[in-house]
Structures are given as structure tokens and as C-alpha cells.
Unconditional design. Sequence first.
Length: 358
Amino acid sequence: MNRTINGANLPALRSHNAALVLDLLRTAGELGISRMELAERTGLTPQAVSKITARLREAGLAAEAGRRASTGGRPGTVLRLVPSAGHAVGLHLDRDELTAVLLDLSGAPVAVRTAPLDLGAGAGAVVERAAGEVEALPTAGGRVLGVGVAMPGPLDHATGIAHRVTGFPEWDGFPLRDALAVRLGLAVVLDKDTNAAALGLALRGAGESFAYLHLGTGLGAGLVLGGALYRGARTGAGEFGHQVIELDGPQCECGRRGCIEALCLGAVGLGDLDRAAGVLGIGAANLVELLDIDRVLLGGRVVDADVEPFVRGVGERVRVPVALAEGGAHAVAEGAAQLVLAPLFGRAEVALTAPKIG
């Protein structure tokens, strides 16, 4: 696995202005964009654009895509992004399954792997299993810029440390980001599964203000407010499943009684999807009223297995549109890969700061 961008070309990736140019190249797709258009859209001088694009071409990230027809002057050379010049890995560590995806620079999936996982097998065993799946992904000679890891919370995305994962308190205090980075020799970022999925949805154009509700082995929310992923000061935002709505309700694995997660998963276990959707809708309505969001998007393996009762049941209880989230079974893993890619294209407002490369 070719792991890093050549160190001599790092300025091409670390400059804010280069990120603006890269993002426009990515948006232009195969048709490409001229240097003059890049200058107009970024507000940079033509000389600055020429220097940046020269560095990007030297790094193998951009290439010529022909010439644009002349409108009276010299025909302009059109440049395009080279998607295969780099890749990002996204890992979704669920309680019982691991999903690993490989995205190219355009965000398109190149490969995906799934495998059983026991999140309670011990941190060391999970790190080794995750590393093995990353190393098995085919990169076709492309460079790997980093690995984004998404798992159930709570955790601290800034330090990369897991906390008392619901149902698996033994993870509390484990430095997962650093342990996996040492094992792989790659830059690693860590975030909650719901945050990663919400990031991916925001980059797909899901909107400026929405909640993503993920119902799988647990229940959580990813929040995008004002166009930015909202994590809270301690990555604690979005612990949606632990709203107490029934004071004498069933015991939840978090230690409380009557949490939405316990009620919802209990109903799913009994095959009563209408009740599960109703409980989910009560929580969604609370969230909409509290945050004044524009949309609610639903995902996770339970929803994906039977979409209609959940979209209908939640939709009956909230005053904003409700829909199935894009991305399907790989939405969390692809969002995790975007934790690495988004900052490279100047989208740090919805992701983390760019990982160190090389």
C-alpha cells in the first residue's frame, strides 16, 4: 500500500488557496476548468493560480484535459482533478460489524469490505482487525491520505479517545486514533458514527440544517446546523437515543430508564415497527422543536430493512420533511472517509482540520 504523498509536494495540499482550487477542480469533473475561470471564482490572481496548479500537477493531483474553444484570444488549457491520485479510507466500527471503504479524491467509492466484529473483544483485538481490513483494500497504486474511523459514542473527536461506549464501557479512555495510526503508519481521525454519516450527507447537498437519525445496533443523531457539523464542546451532541421519555420505562444500557433507544430497540425486537417508528417520531419532534431544523433524514440497518413504516411514522409526528438518507449501508463508512477528504478541499467547516500527511 502506497501510503503517503511525496513530502516535497506537501505545500500543494496544505495551502488554503490550493484547497479552493482543488475543490473547483473536483466540482468541474471530467470537463475540467481553465486557469482563468479558477482565478475568477477564487478571487486569486492568474499568477497565483498558475503557481498553485503547477504544484498540483507536479503532485499528480491535476492534469490537462484539453483546451477550451477560443472566444477571440488564445485557447485556454483546461485542467481536471486526477481522482486516482489519492484515496481515503473510511472505517465504520459497529458493535457487531466492520465496514471499510476506499474513496478516491472525487469521493467515489473504489472498494468496500465488510466483516463481523465484536466491539467487546478488547481494544487491541479490534485495532488489529480494523488494520487488517484497511490493509486488504486495493489501492491500485494510489496514495492513501489517511483513515477516518467512525464508531458509537460517546468519544472525544479532538483527542481521538473513546469513552464509555454504550454497552461497552471497557473502551473508556482508550486512545483509538493514536493506536490505529501507529499500527498503520497513516494519519487517522476519529468521530462518532452519526457525525460521520451527517458529514457525508452534508457534502452530498442534504441541506444547511438537518438531523440524521441512525437506528441500527443503537440509536443516535448527527446534526448539521447552519451548514456545519455540530458536535458540541466535548463531542457530546447527538446522543439522541438517551432522551428519557418514559420515567418508569425499561432499563437502558446507559443506566437510565425509559430512553428512546431502549424503547425503540425493544419494539424492533418484538417486530412492532409501527411502535418503534412512533417512539422515534416523538424524539424527532422534540429535536425539531428544540433546534428548528429543516429536515429529518433516517438511516441505519433497521430503517434500511423496512423503510416505509419509519418514514411514515416519524413523518406523522414532525412538522418538517422526513426522508431516507442517501448512502445506504455504507453511509457511515463513506462519511468517515470524508473526514479525511473534506479538509483537503477547503471544507473544514464540516469536518476536522486537515490530517498531517507524510
